[in-house]
Design a protein around this ligand. Structure first.
Ligand code: NZQ
Ligand code: ZN
Length: 382
């Protein structure tokens, strides 16, 4: 196992009724309430939150899009500065929480906030933030990452800073009842691929991380079909906590990580606006084939422990494990081929060019996946 420091200070309030804990969790401050396109008004979450803000001074910023837009977030930065807010409360899915993280960092940033994303400029401080997560998927609720889209520039870029890790995350599984199947499927697949990016590399004898990762994968395979067919509280609770743990940092300590599926997938979202999880479901199966020699030992472990494929010869076990992974995504209602999304073969060259533009010249746990390889992987995903 590799050396590591682990510290995840986000306080989690989990369970039905947890929104009522806002006054206990959030310091008395001038708050900016941030949310998305209005789902929280339709499902009653907004009213629940406003009730808890009665003793706070607050302003509101709404309209953060799915794949949060840089230009929209710039307006939120202005509002936060004008109103002199000193706490941000994000209520929504990954896009709203990521957007809030970017605003929190940008308000205190000297210079052009775009540099945080495009040049990796260091974030030295940020307004503190907390979140009420309404879509279990990204893990952003307890992690230090944020992804922002700039559609005019055709770029979707990420940054990470401990300063934007939420101080608290309120996770009430009941808020997921209003999610359409498309977003539930996205959540399952995104969380699944988060685990894979931290697990399917090469063995370093990290037994806790491996067994936790395999446990989450098995849970997601189990929960996936159930979540689409009913609104059972226990299923939703398990979906939520599995998705959080998939990217809270816990399973990623002391192990090599990949993240090439995400890096390539972000380019597909930037180019075609595909949902984040859809891009992952398209890329991952082909990337597994492409990297089957580098990932061989872990692929065999995955085949045996996650899909129970111990009685096959090695190559058949790997083939079947990849096939089952893709079938699982398809069973979740996600089309795993680019052509099924009306995208033609010119995509491969475009993705290669964008990866080169953005400086992603070496990806994966061995830093041996180049933009040219990505082009082959994308071609394989037609
Ligand atoms: O905008 P509203 O009206 O709220 O509607 C949203 C949005 O249209 C809706 N929604 C959310 N909660 C709902 C709901 N509808 C009904 N009931 C509810 N309870 O769902 C739609 C999608 O929301 P979004 O926040 O975009 O989805 P998700 O949580 O999947 O977030 C995706 C974003 O997170 C980034 C992705 O790249 C993408 O930009 N990621 C962030 C990561 C991180 N910070 O660690 C890691 C991930 O790999 C990912 O890259
Ligand atoms: Zn993801």
């Amino acid at each position: 196992m590799q050396n590591f420091v682990f510290h995840n200070p986000t306080k989690v309030a989990f369970g039905k009724g947890s929104i009522a804990k806002i006054p206990k969790l959030m310091p008395k401050s001038k708050v900016m309430l941030m949310y998305g396109g209005g789902s929280i008004k339709k499902n009653g979450i907004y009213d629940q939150v406003i009730e808890q803000l009665r003793d706070y001074e607050y302003c509101e910023f709404s309209g953060v899009e799915a794949n949060p837009e840089f230009n929209t977030l710039c307006k939120a930065i202005e509002l936060a500065k004008d109103e002199k807010v000193n706490f941000i409360l994000a209520v929504g899915g990954g896009s709203v929480v990521d957007g809030a993280k970017f605003v929190a960092a940008s308000v205190e940033f000297e210079g052009d906030p775009w540099d945080i994303l495009a040049k990796g400029a260091r974030v030295k401080s940020a307004i503190p933030l907390g979140c009420i997560l309404t879509l279990p998927a990204t893990g952003t609720e307890t992690n230090a990452n944020s992804v922002v889209n700039h559609s005019e520039k055709g770029k979707k870029l990420a940054f990470a800073s401990e300063h934007v890790r939420p101080q608290f995350a309120i996770l009430d599984p009941e808020v997921t009842y209003s999610l359409p199947d498309r977003q539930l499927s996205n959540g399952i697949v995104d969380a699944f691929v988060h685990v894979i990016e931290q697990y399917l590399t090469y063995p370093v004898n990290a037994t806790v991380q491996d067994r936790f990762a395999e446990g989450i994968l098995l849970n997601l395979i189990d929960i996936g079909p159930q979540v689409l067919s009913n609104k059972d509280y226990e299923v939703r609770a398990n979906l939520m906590w599995n998705a959080t743990q998939a990217l809270s940092g816990l399973i990623g300590v002391g192990v090599p990580q990949d993240w090439s599926t995400h890096t390539i997938g972000h380019e597909l979202t930037a180019l075609y606006g595909l949902d984040h999880a859809v891009t992952l479901a398209i890329i991952l199966p082909r990337l597994m084939h492409h990297q089957r020699e580098q990932k061989r030992e872990k692929l065999l472990q995955y085949a045996e422990r996650v899909w129970g494929l111990s009685r096959y010869d090695e190559d058949s076990a790997i083939d079947l494990a990849i096939e089952k992974t893709e079938l699982f995504f398809r069973d979740m209602g996600i089309n795993t081929k680019l052509s099924e999304h009306g995208i033609d073969e010119s995509v491969a060259e475009k993705v290669q060019g964008k990866l080169e533009d953005n400086g992603f010249m070496k990806m994966g746990e061995h830093q041996d996946i180049t933009p040219k390889h990505a082009r082959e992987i994308v071609m394989g995903s037609m």
